[in-house]
Design a protein around this ligand. Sequence first.
Ligand code: ZN
Length: 279
Amino acid sequence: MTEMNSSPIAYAVRDAVAYVTLDRPKYANAQNSAMTYAIDDALTRAVNDDDVAVIVLSGAGKHFCAGHDIGTPGRDVDESFDRRAMIYWDHVGRKGVDSRFARESEVYLGMCRRWREIPKPMIAKVHGACIAGGLMLAWACDFIVASDDAFFSDPVVKMGIPGVEYFAHPWVMSPRVAKEFLFTGDRFDARRALDAGLVNQVVSRGELDGHVDAIAARIAAMPAFGLALAKKAVNQAEDLQGFRSGLDSVFGLHHMGHAHNAEIAGDSLNGMDVRNLRG
Ligand code: ZN
């Protein structure tokens, strides 16, 4: 596992913009806990750097992110990590729902919430696949710019689970479209995602980097505290409309799905192999 010796995240700063890049291209940037914590380290570094005004999150290689790591050699669901998103016990050594709930509260729901509240604007630059766990990363950002080869899906209903842990679906698109997205597990291509309001803008693959750089430069020219307040204002409005409590209530349903799978099939992910669904 030479892969474990290299960081799953690349970090660079240019012209007031921090570029945080998912860097497991061999595995379509499948998200393990090592990556989650490396993202958190990178975002913390960007927030602490006064020369950084805007953060861009993207993926190296052919895809943005194929989802949570459920089958690569770097899968690390049984490992302990620092707990930062919340004060809760370690999942390792615990059983059943107790273990799953502790782990997913920290590494998925807790982390995404923590990232959403970063006081600097975050742009997700999405190309290729953005599937399930990849959606969580993009949705924790403020803005999504996609290239025309991007596609989005959440196929975890095929695993008997009502969507990924960070259930922003009916907030980032209309409830009817969210149902279609979930019930079918279909891929939305970039144009459909734009129509659904799931992304802000779509450009050609060749234009993506330059387009995002130009947006980031415009945002970076705004007052930093004004941006932080504007971001908090929109987030607070969403929370007042029930976003935060909605995440918590659906997280319970998500764990009911895992528990049901474990009870009837002995596997919290049940039978559907979502690796086959990666682009
Ligand atoms: Zn889960």
